[in-house]
Design a protein around this ligand. Structure first.
Ligand SMILES: NC(=O)c1ccc[n+]([C@@H]2O[C@H](COP(=O)([O-])OP(=O)(O)OC[C@H]3O[C@@H](n4cnc5c(N)ncnc54)[C@H](OP(=O)(O)O)[C@@H]3O)[C@@H](O)[C@H]2O)c1
Length: 367
């Protein structure tokens, strides 16, 4: 086998990292993967460790020593810093430091796991301020500026901009988790006539590998991905079409959303569980996710605040998932073939899987 280039991955055991690693480390790929994790004994870490071309290293992104150990000897890097752990302020710091240290350690191509810089996109209107988007988005802009400068000859970079995973639309404990009310699957969210740019996690593997494979062309690129702009009436219709079970979207006000007992409890806690609640820079969950819903309310029909170039995505990934219906169909079949039941059965029995590792871990992990 030809020599594989090593890619250092931060966030590899997470929802987004998993499919990226499976694709990068696959037998027909040119890469081996080195994954940073705080706990090599977690179930997810052990599953990854059993794959060929995968190595795990213990450490945290909030340590220069650990970052240097990871970037050293690596040709590439995929960095998805968990802003829900460290909070917006620390994400900006560690995002910038990870780029600087990667460059110093001789990494050749750096991919930043990004989200739309919604505050800037809105013309700096605080109604749209969403810390977990703006933190990544600011770092992303800074990286692209560095990339234009002389350092490009040492290391080049690209952004991989995602959005809410479509898996979150049926998973437990997410901002858009549905409930069954009077036998009807109900999404009660403050979306108005807007739409969410949902992303299929499985497609992330293809896109990220494409960036590494085409690193010369991709230098300076901000690859913004998504399935489609999904309005929630269409989401509910698609669910019914695939499962034959009733579903609906109920638009509610932000006040009603935050008054829901399941949300009211944690609403005043920091959005990043390890950020300091007494720091004036720390956003609460309510502040953060109010901006989040305002963003999607203003993004209907691919004509508003957050947009995507779907023709470009078709070129890069012709087999990508293109609609919520297509995704529901695939997942319905997958659940059945794995003996978990169809989507409705999983939701009705309360067995819909967790998507995020941090939720599975109870949002308690150390920095
Ligand atoms: N939820 C969404 O729909 C969505 C969509 C797009 C982007 N994002 C962004 O993605 C990021 C989270 O990634 P995810 O969605 O894959 O979540 P996740 O499933 O909860 O995974 C979190 C990942 O971050 C790693 N991590 C957390 N703290 C760490 C630390 N101090 N040092 C090293 N690694 C650490 C975890 O690794 P270990 O536990 O193994 O250490 C794990 O791999 C967030 O910034 C979020 O804003 C989320």
């Amino acid at each position: 086998m030809a020599h594989r280039k090593t890619i250092f991955v931060i966030g590899g055991t997470g929802a987004q990292g998993f499919p990226v690693i499976e694709t990068l480390a696959a037998s027909d790929s040119d890469y081996a993967v080195k994954i940073l994790t705080r706990d090599v004994t977690s179930d997810r870490a052990k599953r990854l460790a059993s794959l060929p071309n995968v190595e795990l290293v213990t450490g945290t992104f909030a340590s220069e020593v650990d970052l240097r150990a990871g970037f050293s000897g690596s040709w590439g890097a995929f960095v998805n810093i968990d802003g829900f752990n460290c909070g917006e302020k620390a994400e900006i710091y560690w995002g910038i430091r990870s780029y600087e240290i990667a460059l110093e350690c001789g990494v050749k191509f750096f991919v930043w796991g990004n989200l739309d810089f919604v505050l800037k996109e809105s013309g700096y209107n605080s109604a749209f301020r969403t810390g977990h988007y703006d933190g990544k988005g600011r770092v992303g802009e800074w990286i692209l500026t560095q990339n234009e400068a002389a350092q490009t000859s040492q290391m080049s970079a690209a952004l991989f901009t995602t959005g809410p995973y479509i898996q979150m639309s049926i998973a437990k404990g997410t901002p858009m988790a549905p409930t069954i009310i009077d036998g009807v699957l109900t999404w009660k969210v403050p979306l108005g006539i807007g739409a969410v740019v949902h992303v299929d996690l499985d497609d992330c593997g293809h896109y990220v590998k494409w960036l590494f494979d085409n690193n010369k062309k991709a230098s300076g690129m901000n690859l913004k991905v998504g399935i489609a702009h999904v309005d929630y009436h269409s989401l509910a219709k698609a669910f019914t079409k695939v499962t034959g079970k009733p579903a609906r979207y109920q638009d509610i006000s932000l006040e009603e959303y935050w008054a829901e007992p399941s949300r009211a409890t944690g609403a005043q806690q920091p959005a990043g569980h390890n950020s300091d609640p007494s720091d004036p820079a720390t956003m609460t969950r309510q502040q953060n996710f109010t901006g989040f819903w305002n963003m999607w309310k203003a993004s209907g029909g691919n004509k508003g605040l957050i947009r995507r170039d779907y023709a470009l995505l078709d070129e890069i990934h012709p087999g990508r998932v293109k609609s919520a219906e297509e995704w529901f169909r695939r997942e319905n079949e997958r659940g059945r073939s794995q003996g978990l039941g169809g989507l409705w059965d999983q939701l009705e029995s309360g067995n819909a899987p967790h998507v995020l590792k941090s939720i599975e871990d109870g949002r308690r992990g150390r920095l």
